[in-house]
Design a protein around this ligand. Structure first.
Ligand code: ATP
Ligand code: MG
Length: 384
């Protein structure tokens, strides 16, 4: 079995292969890049594994004039920076102790040891520089079947690192076959270990949830998160019921997935903190929530929020209500997004000044919005 992809021969990995193989060491691509190449999907980063010790990797890089950043050298990772691309090279490892977040590792010369400390069988796939697949744990057949399976015992794997609960649902959303169902032992182990989620960093949780919500169809995975109690552990008060109808509506408009739109549909309390949203993201989410709660029309929502955010809010509203989308949705959104409030300070300056002018403008804008953005300047000014 061989994969074919342009990045196999990119300058970064080629430099790393040359460096390590010429010195007599082994090197492989591993993890997501191999998995996604097998699925013919784009990759998000290049990870490599080697039997060379991290100090050796650093010394070889230095001797050959390659730039490295010692990102996590105590855990065996050296990041190469070649032509603005990064390649993470990690020495084969074996966990000897874990505390649910960080592992104490020893380095190993065996790929099998390295494979066993990974999370899922589909993430323990390796490829040599020519793209030939090495599959020490049988992950290829699981990947082909869309089965996300923990390596060996799910409970043990989860207790070593509780983030794997969220990674399980993320990878299921992205690469699982919903018709094949979700592994019952894994679900059970997730449900039994909810307390571990509380000690994870919000950044790590946020990273996983964004990726999960960005899947083409996260609905089955999110339903399973709800069923196991994981969803409410991450966001109190979240409700998954609108996600499947939302995905259906998105597809009817051919919209690409949006994690923020799905997050809006989930609701829940303290989402900003739970996912460490940026100020900008939190503000946008709050504004979209107001549009949904107040059931704003697409035209008015688009005037307030712009086309895209209004579209997201309206889709979520329809998903919650079980309503179909109006046929003139895009036209209404365009009208709202382009509309300009026709009255300015200058029109009122003769009669008002200071805060009274501001208040008057605001009142007129409210009247204009209530008219469906229809009233003209003259009609509004004649209301005095
Ligand atoms: P992507 O890069 O598309 O998010 P990925 O599978 O490459 O997916 P990374 O987070 O980049 O995910 O991790 C690279 C590899 O490292 C994984 O494929 C997996 O083998 C291993 N890995 C990462 N995080 C963990 C973890 N928490 N527990 C066990 N193995 C992990
Ligand atoms: Mg990766």
């Amino acid at each position: 079995m061989r994969i074919e992809a342009g990045w196999l021969r990119a300058t970064g990995p080629t430099a790393v292969f040359n460096l390590l193989e010429q010195a007599g060491y082994k090197a492989y691509f591993v993890g997501g890049c191999v998995r996604n190449a097998l699925l013919e999907k784009p990759i998000s980063d290049i990870d490599m594994a080697t039997d060379a010790l991290p100090e050796t990797v650093m010394t070889l890089a230095k001797d050959n004039g390659l730039r490295t950043i010692p990102t996590g050298i105590e855990h065996g990772t050296v990041t190469f920076l070649v032509d603005e691309q990064t390649v993470e090279v990690t020495t084969f490892r074996k966990d000897i102790k874990t505390d649910g977040r960080r592992a104490v590792v020893v380095f190993s010369a065996a790929m099998e040891d390295d494979a066993k400390r990974r999370d899922f069988t589909m993430n323990a796939l390796y490829a040599d520089r020519h793209g030939t697949i090495l599959d020490p744990l049988g992950g290829l057949k699981d990947l082909r079947a869309g089965r996300v399976l923990f390596i060996e015992n799910p409970e043990d794997r989860i207790r070593e690192d509780y983030l794997r609960i969220l990674r399980f649902f993320r990878f299921h959303a992205l690469y699982g076959n919903p018709d094949a169902g979700i592994d019952a032992d894994a679900l059970n182990a997730c449900a039994q270990n909810l307390d571990g989620i509380d000690n994870l960093s919000k950044e790590r949780i946020g990273h996983e949830i964004r990726r999960l919500l960005g899947a083409d169809n996260p609905a089955p995975s999110i339903a399973a998160m709800a069923q196991t109690g994981v969803l409410n552990r991450v966001f109190k008060g979240a409700d998954h019921c609108a996600i499947a109808p939302l995905v259906h509506l998105e597809r009817s408009l051919d919209l690409p997935p949006s994690w923020m739109r799905r997050l809006l549909a989930l609701g829940g309390q303290d989402v900003k903190d739970a996912l460490r949203l940026s100020k900008h993201e939190a503000r946008l989410l709050a504004a979209m929530r107001i549009a949904v709660t107040n059931a704003l029309s697409p035209r008015i929502a688009a005037y307030k929020l712009g086309f895209e955010a209004a579209q997201d809010a309206f889709l979520v509203l329809c998903a919650h209500l079980g309503n179909p989308l109006p046929t003139d949705l895009n036209l209404e959104l365009s009208i709202g997004a382009k509309a300009k409030f026709p009255v300015g300070s200058i029109d009122l300056a003769g009669n008002f000044s200071g805060p009274a002018l501001g208040a008057r403008l605001k009142r007129l804008e409210t009247t204009w919005i209530s008219s469906g953005l229809q009233l003209s300047k003259d009609e509004l000014l004649s209301q005095d």
